[in-house]
Design a protein around this ligand. Sequence first.
Ligand code: IMP
Ligand code: MG
Length: 199
Amino acid sequence: MKVYDNDIAEILFNRDEIKERINELGVQITADYNGEEVFVVSILRGSMLFVADLVRKMDLPVIMDTMAVSSYYDGTETSGKVKINKDLESSITGKNVLIVEDIVDTGITLKFLLEMLKVRGAKSIKICSFLSKPSRRKTAVDIDYIGFDIEDYFVVGYGLDYNQKYRNYPHLGRLKEENIKGLGNVKRSSNCFRFWWSI
Ligand code: IMP
Ligand code: MG
């Protein structure tokens, strides 16, 4: 995509590789749920493209709902404070919930989400994340389905953003360091920023 090509250092997974991996995840999820209905909870906004492709590969009855959350970054790391900007619209009581995320980084957002949803009486709760950065984990989270494990790079595209940009880049790309001026390296290097990072 010409508009972003100069900002991307490297394509980690192109659109065909992403499609192929999602086909595999779809087969696995379809087999695991064995015909049962799945209540898919898509975490906005990063998982929008992933969830759209994933549910079309799940040969199961699917209900879809969305949640939006923000992580509060304080200095170099997320402080662990997470707030809900948009809650689910329907009840998950008795449902097989599948949380669909774009990326699990420190794991703090997901841990918070899990704790919040666990008390709502779901029949089961599983997690499917397009990406995982295991080396960045601050809290252990069990991810049932992972698209790809990646190194500690800041990545964009296929729904993932940097300052709300690049979500429509069709591949998963590593952003060039010189383009990471604000949020991306604030997480790692500055200690004078305090902000809610909307994910
Ligand atoms: P966690 O609470 O540290 O696991 O934060 C996960 C959230 O941080 C994700 O849902 C993303 O919105 C964001 N994030 C973490 N790493 C990246 C990245 O490399 N690119 C884009 N967003 C990221
Ligand atoms: Mg996200």
